[in-house]
Design a protein around this ligand. Structure first.
Ligand code: NAD
Length: 375
């Protein structure tokens, strides 16, 4: 039995978190979501590392379990499909490719879709599940830190369009979300840092005690992912053998995931609380709600995990080059933020580490936003 914990979301204990969950997960899926076809969709990066092993284990366990149930059970099959990695795949075209694959394999409503990957796979494959045969069950197996602490939780699915990101989609809750931190072992550093931004933001708006851990344990948390001990790799880690850094990483991820689950449970369709997940610290300072000490802590913490804190950062420069976005253009873009009500902009205002001014985004005058955005 691996080490697992369950987090409840929308009154169901459907988030399962731990180390080395593969066997537990396959059993759980086969026993609790009994269908004739399990269709796993992933991207080719993840497929090249994990698919063969996962697919073998799935097939073995499925045949063992159906043998133990006698001959009357419907045979269960496992099929898989890999799409190209990257945000470009989060499109209507790739959605249609996946649907064509499922149809070519004669999948019916009696199908459970397994989204195996990061946020791109999650959003895209979740949307396929929401509309295939008017909706089929799906589970998520998260493989990036961002997906573990953010994008997997909340039931939002979407594709991008040339007019913008995430514009077409649906709310469709997965039956299970598996957060198995063994997958972080192969995650590129940049992807780890990306996920840490979300972890730090969550602690900053919600729980000072978590923020203090992030401030004090930088080396340990980074090492767990970037320099896993050669003698105890994630793949072999159990409750007894895992390193203190691995345990710490797991608790940090759990705390972030719990917060998301709490927010989604209390505000599934994003009316108030869910808007909390976007904050603007400089604006809070300029409005007099946040002091310099808190800003300093936030900046230092972000920097210590390798995150940029200004437009002059060398990585930002590398991506942006000499292009500049004038304040007028930014104000224009912010007009279509979904947190706005009418033409009034709403932004989460931090009032201290672990605290926000309101339990939701606050109305802010355009002039105040303009002031902090101006160089
Ligand atoms: P991603 O899914 O593109 O993954 C990043 C890269 O890492 C990919 O190249 C992938 O192949 C690779 N990868 C993934 N797991 C790996 C592993 N274990 N080992 C090695 N390589 C691995 O990116 P992401 O950052 O997870 O997700 C970003 C997407 O999530 C965006 O489209 C964003 O809009 C979406 N998102 C959605 C929500 C939501 O609420 N639905 C919230 C936040 C973000």
């Amino acid at each position: 039995e691996p080490f697992i914990e369950k987090i409840s979301i929308l009154h169901e204990e459907s988030i399962i978190i731990g180390f080395n969950l593969t066997k537990y997960m396959i059993r759980d899926i086969i026993l609790n979501i009994p269908v004739s076809t399990y269709a796993l969709i992933t991207d080719s990066n993840i497929a090249s590392i994990y698919l063969e092993n996962l697919s073998n284990q799935f097939k073995n366990l499925a045949s063992k379990l159906s043998l133990s149930k006698g001959n009357n059970t419907v045979p269960q099959r496992f099929i898989s499909y890999a799409i190209p990695p990257g945000e470009q795949s989060k499109s209507s075209d790739t959605k249609a490719d996946i649907e064509d694959f499922l149809l070519s394999q004669a999948c019916t409503r009696d199908t459970c879709i397994i989204a195996f990957g990061g946020g791109v796979i999650r959003d895209l494959v979740g949307f396929v599940a929401a509309t295939f045969m008017r909706g089929v069950p799906f589970v998520q197996v998260t493989t990036t830190l961002l997906a573990m602490v953010d994008s997997s939780i909340g039931g939002k699915t979407a594709v991008d369009t040339p007019h913008g990101k995430n514009l077409i989609g649906a709310f469709w809750q997965p039956k299970r979300i598996y957060i198995d931190i063994i997958y972080l072992e192969s995650l590129p550093e940049r992807q780890f840092i990306n996920g840490m931004a979300e972890v730090i933001k969550t602690a900053a708006i919600w729980k000072e005690s978590d923020f203090v851990i992030l401030e004090n344990k930088v080396a340990s948390i980074r090492d767990a992912v970037l320099n896993p001990k050669k003698d105890i790799p994630f793949q072999g880690a159990t409750l007894e053998t895992r390193t203190p850094s691995q345990s710490l990483l797991l608790s940090v991820i759990r705390s972030s995931a719990e917060f998301k689950a709490y927010v989604v449970t209390h505000d599934e369709k994003e009316s108030g609380l869910r808007g909390l997940l976007n904050l603007e610290a400089e604006l809070a300072r300029s409005l007099g709600h946040l002091n310099q000490v808190a800003i300093g802590r936030l900046v230092r913490c972000l920097e210590s995990y390798g995150l940029p804190i200004s437009l002059d950062d060398k990585n930002i420069r590398k991506f942006v080059g000499n292009r500049r976005c004038p304040v007028d253009k930014l104000m224009e873009i912010m007009k279509v933020d979904k947190k706005n009500i009418g033409d009034k902009k709403r932004i989460v205002i931090l009032s201290g580490i672990g605290k926000t001014l309101e339990q939701k985004a606050t109305f802010v005058a355009d002039s105040a936003i303009r002031k902090v955005l101006s160089p």
